[in-house]
Design a protein around this ligand. Structure first.
Ligand SMILES: [Zn+2]
Ligand SMILES: [Zn+2]
Length: 99
């Protein structure tokens, strides 16, 4: 068995999150919270803000769900595609909870 070390502990719910394959996903698939680490380009890790990003809304375009996140610290917004293992069934209640 190959061990995959690329995982992180969710800052919000404390679960261990394996990084999704082939995406630059960095949000938690359970509670959808992430850290503000990206600059202008998703995945560039160019920001040193480190604020928490919460989901605020989502849209479905061409069959793909895109989630809009907003940084609680600096107010920056960014969109991210859902990952295949996201528990999107929780997303509505998460968005309501964080408001
Ligand atoms: Zn979480
Ligand atoms: Zn920020």
């Amino acid at each position: 068995m190959k061990k995959i070390n690329e995982s992180f502990i969710c800052i919000n719910c404390g679960k261990e999150i394996p990084l999704a394959n082939k995406t630059c996903r960095n949000h938690c698939p359970h509670c959808f919270v992430s850290l503000h680490v990206d600059g202008e380009i998703p995945g560039d890790r160019a920001s040193d803000c480190q604020g928490r990003m919460y989901p605020v809304t989502y849209e479905i375009k061409n069959g793909w769900m895109k989630i809009l996140f907003k940084c609680q610290l600096c107010g920056k917004e960014h969109r991210n595609k859902r990952a295949m293992d996201d528990e999107v069934i929780n997303l509505d209640s998460c968005i309501k909870k964080y408001k």
